[in-house]
Design a protein around this ligand. Sequence first.
Ligand code: 4AZ
Length: 246
Amino acid sequence: IFGGLKVNPGGIPWQVSLQVRPKSSNQIFKHVCGGVLIDSCWVLTAGHCIEPNKDMQVVMGGLSLDTDEPADQIIRVAQAMVHENYRETLTAVYNDIALLRLKESSGVCATETQFVKAACLPEDELPDATECTISGWGATEESSLGSNHLLKANVLLINHGRCSEESVYGRVLDISMVCAGHLQGGVDSCQGDSGGPLTCNSNSTSFVYGLVSWGDQCGRQNKPGVYTRVNKFMDWIKSKTQGASP
Ligand code: 4AZ
């Protein structure tokens, strides 16, 4: 996160760290992306975060990546499902969404606490210029390696037409995307934040409105972050999570 502040304990309880290690190696898991807990056994992340044939786990509840915290819940990923129309071009990423089914132990996955809580999914479109929050452990203006502590920043939803102007992203955007940020630059998501939440408030309830997806570098003028527009994928999410085990 560029231009961010430290998150307080319990501040973004649906934020997860998605971590991978090569299959059946004894190497430790390392953070690759963010994600969003949407149900006890389900996490949303970006499609481009999924590396086939790697063991994956999610860590939630904690703020620091390099210290074990009492609030941490660490759960293995049982199954990863990338959207059937996920597609990457040189300039953009389309339908950049994936679902992770978490492994149950004794019939439970994530346990709801003050620090771990599923996000609500969005029903409606929010107006342009709505203030929302991005969060993650990704690159900062100080360090391209990312932040050890979870960071957050406020961004504004940007009109689709404005974001499709030639001086911004031109014609590559589609309805699976929503731009958010500050066109003057400085405050943005970045590498390592991918898959994490763009959280917006509506009627005093928080919703995961977007997932960090892509952008032309980070924090640049006229190059805001582009987010997967979660409300366009509600039927897809329901079809994958309903009826599937658990
Ligand atoms: C990335 O490389 C990336 N500024 C993520 C988010 C943004 C740019 C790049 C948005 O994963």
